[in-house]
Design a protein around this ligand. Structure first.
Ligand code: 13P
Ligand code: SF4
Length: 340
């Protein structure tokens, strides 16, 4: 096996063989594998780049390869394709959807914008390319607060599709926004009662949570952040134990970056011990291997749609670290009222 790949758990002989083939195909195809932290642990281990949604978008723009194999959900692979029209983008399973993206069909989103034409649409990246094309600026959970704080306070904003992230950013920035009523079905499912029981067993543990969780949970959390921010936090915090309220795939990277600490997956409101995103987990090592062997499923986007979705994503990448002058220039190029 490639010396650079460190598979951190026991895997079957069959999986070892598939991993070998994936690494061989990667060279043959001049491909890179990008993986979100919610992917299966073996997929994370063999990926070239792991990241949260913002990091994966940023890195997708920079990769020097002919093929991007995206181990994540559909909207993430679609974003990579929007940023890299000349590259082949593969997704192991086209059914890797997202409840937030599904909550905002483009025809309803367009109608919502038409009903509030003077509002700037700042839209979470967890949405389809069509909805991105109807938006002014895209954001991720790690960039939402920075982006919204750089926009003039007198411009009314419509935020979609995640109402929990919207509420959280509304509190952080003091900006009153219209909120689309979508939710992430994974982050909505945490059980306050079961988390309190777990906390009683581990009283020194910090509760850390993703902003897609409900406000009642976020207000109790010691730290709130995107998956990337949660990873930085467990390395920097003096705490030794953490109750982690996000998809439990992240625990794999936490154990890798801060192995001397203990992590407990916050339990959901069902019988399960941890919270899993079924959309993320439709990707398997076998499907990753098959998609590289077959050269598909491949993400394709019509060029006019791609161009409509591109600028709102580029604005996100520019605004996340923008100075006042850049922010003003970006605002100047946005046309309101909405005429779509
Ligand atoms: P981030 O990767 O931006 O933290 O988002 C989490 C998520 O739910 C991705 O679908
Ligand atoms: Fe979508 Fe939630 Fe799954 Fe992320 S965790 S892909 S937001 S359903």
């Amino acid at each position: 096996m490639d010396a650079a790949v460190n598979i951190t758990q026991e895997i079957s002989a069959e999986t070892v063989e598939m991993v070998r083939e994936i690494l061989r195909l990667k060279k043959e195809m001049n491909a890179v594998i990008l993986a979100h932290y919610y992917q299966d642990a073996v997929i994370q281990d063999l990926a070239d780049i792991r990241g949260d949604s913002f990091e994966l978008s940023r890195r997708a723009r920079e990769v020097d390869a002919d093929v991007i194999v995206f181990a994540g959900v559909h909207f993430m692979a679609e974003t990579a394709k929007i940023l890299n029209p000349e590259k082949t983008v593969l997704l192991p399973d086209m059914n890797a959807g997202c409840s937030l993206a599904e909550s905002a069909p483009s025809h309803l989103f367009r109608r919502y914008r038409q009903a509030h034409p003077d509002h700037l649409a700042v839209t979470y990246i967890n949405c389809t390319a069509e909805v991105k094309g109807l938006s002014d600026i895209i954001c991720t959970s790690s960039s939402a607060e920075a982006i919204l704080s750089r926009l003039p306070m007198d411009v009314p904003v419509l935020f979609a599709p995640d109402k929990n992230l919207g509420h959280y950013v509304r509190e952080k920035t003091g900006r009153d926004m219209l909120l689309w009523q979508g939710v992430c079905t994974v982050h909505e499912m945490f059980s306050e009662r079961r988390i309190a029981e777990l906390h009683a067993q581990h009283p020194d543990a910090e509760l850390i949570a993703h902003p897609e969780c409900e406000g009642v949970l976020l207000r109790k959390a010691d730290f709130v952040g995107s998956t990337g921010a949660l990873l930085r936090h467990v390395q920097e915090s003096p705490a030794r134990e953490f109750i982690v309220a996000t998809e439990s795939g992240i625990l794999h990277e936490m154990k890798r970056v801060a192995p001397d600490k203990d992590y407990f997956a916050a339990p959901p409101d069902n019988g399960c011990a941890c919270n899993i995103c079924d959309y993320m987990k439709v990707n398997t090592v076998e499907k990753l291997y098959q998609c590289m062997k077959n050269g598909g499923p491949e993400i394709t986007i019509a060029d006019d749609l791609r161009l409509r979705a591109l600028r709102p994503i580029e604005r996100m990448l520019e605004l996340a670290n923008a100075d006042a002058e850049t922010a003003a220039r970006i605002m100047d190029e946005i046309t309101l009222p909405f005429a779509g």
